[in-house]
Design a protein around this ligand. Structure first.
Ligand SMILES: [Zn+2]
Length: 269
C-alpha cells in the first residue's frame, strides 16, 4: 500500500516545548482542519490529545477540542509495539466555531496555539505513569505481560491489567514506593527518535528504555508525589491508577516557533 499522499509534520517531536507555530492548511473538513505541521499532540498511546486554538487569516480565533492522527501506516519495527507512522493530523473544531471554517481555504496560513497548562499536566501525568508501570514491572511482572490498556489524563493516569491473582495492599504500596523513589531521586527523563524513524520514539529514565511516542517532562522531581490506588474491574481484571497532589506544572518553559517550518520540506521520513 502506498503511503498517504499528505503528511503533517510533528512539531511536538522536533521541540516538545513549542506551544505556538504557524503552518499551512492542507484540508478543511466539515468539523476539522488538517495542517501541514502542528504543535498539537494528537490522542495516542493512551494519552489524551492537546486542545487549543487556530488563529485564522480573517482574524477569527477558533477552538479545537480534539486532535487525531489519520491514515498512518503500520511500522513493523522490531522491538516496537504495533505503531502507525506518517499520515496526517486533524484538529477537530468546537461546534460553536465551525461556522468560521466557511472563510478558510486550503493553503491559508494559520497559527496553532495549544493550552500549555493541559500539555504540562498531560506530560507530567504521562511521565508519572511510566514510573508506576516500572513499579508494576518489578513487583508483578505477570501483570505487565498482560497489560490491557492505559489512559493518561491531565489529572491522573490508569492502567488495566489481566491478572491471575489480585494486587495485594502490600504490592500496591511497594509499587507506589518504587515510583516515588524515582521522584525522590529527581532523575532526568529523556526522549529520542529511533535512528531510522523520526516518529518511533523512546522514553528513558535511569537505565529504563521504553518505546513511547507521548509527551513527557524532563525530570521526575516536579511530579511531587505519586499516590497509587487499586480497583477490581471484575474477575481477572485489575486497575491501578495514580494521582499527584504535590505536582509542579511548568508552563513558563514553553516558547513560540520561529516559523521555519511554515512551508517547504517537513522532514518526512
Ligand atoms: Zn511515555
Amino acid at each position: 500500500m502506498l503511503p498517504f499522499p499528505r503528511y503533517t509534520a510533528r512539531l511536538y517531536y522536533s521541540d516538545n516545548l513549542l506551544y505556538k507555530a504557524r503552518s499551512v492548511v492542507s484540508k478543511i473538513g466539515s468539523d476539522y482542519v488538517e495542517l501541514n505541521a502542528t504543535v498539537a499532540y494528537p490522542e495516542g498511546g493512551g494519552q489524551e490529545s492537546d486542545t487549543g486554538t487556530l488563529a485564522l487569516p480573517d482574524g477569527n480565533v477558533i477552538r479545537f477540542i480534539h486532535v487525531r492522527k489519520m491514515y498512518g501506516q503500520r511500522a513493523n519495527i522490531p522491538g516496537f509495539p504495533d505503531i502507525q507512522l506518517g499520515g496526517i493530523i486533524e484538529h477537530v473544531i468546537h461546534p460553536e466555531d465551525i461556522q468560521y471554517l466557511a472563510a478558510l481555504q486550503v493553503d491559508d496560513e494559520v497559527q496553532t496555539n495549544i493550552d500549555t497548562m493541559r500539555r504540562a499536566q498531560l506530560s507530567l501525568s504521562h511521565t508519572a505513569s511510566h514510573l508506576l508501570y516500572l513499579g508494576v514491572g518489578k513487583i508483578r511482572p505477570d501483570a505487565i505481560a498482560w497489560t490491557l490498556g492505559c489512559h493518561i489524563r491531565p489529572d491522573g493516569a490508569r492502567f488495566d491489567f489481566g491478572v491471575g491473582s489480585r494486587f495485594t495492599p502490600d504490592e500496591v504500596l511497594a509499587i507506589e514506593q518504587i515510583a516515588n523513589d524515582f521522584v525522590a531521586r529527581g532523575s532526568a527523563v529523556t526522549t529520542r527518535a529511533h535512528p531510522d524513524h523520526i516518529e518511533a520514539r523512546y522514553w528513558q529514565c535511569e537505565d529504563n528504555l521504553i518505546p513511547c511516542g507521548g509527551t513527557h517532562i524532563g525530570n521526575t522531581a516536579p511530579i511531587g508525589r505519586i499516590s497509587v490506588r487499586r480497583k477490581s474491574m471484575g474477575s481477572g481484571k485489575e486497575r491501578l491508577s495514580c494521582q499527584f497532589d504535590n505536582a509542579r506544572f511548568d508552563t513558563a518553559s514553553f516558547h513560540a516557533g520561529d516559523g521555519a517550518t511554515l512551508r517547504g520540506e517537513q522532514g518526512h521520513e
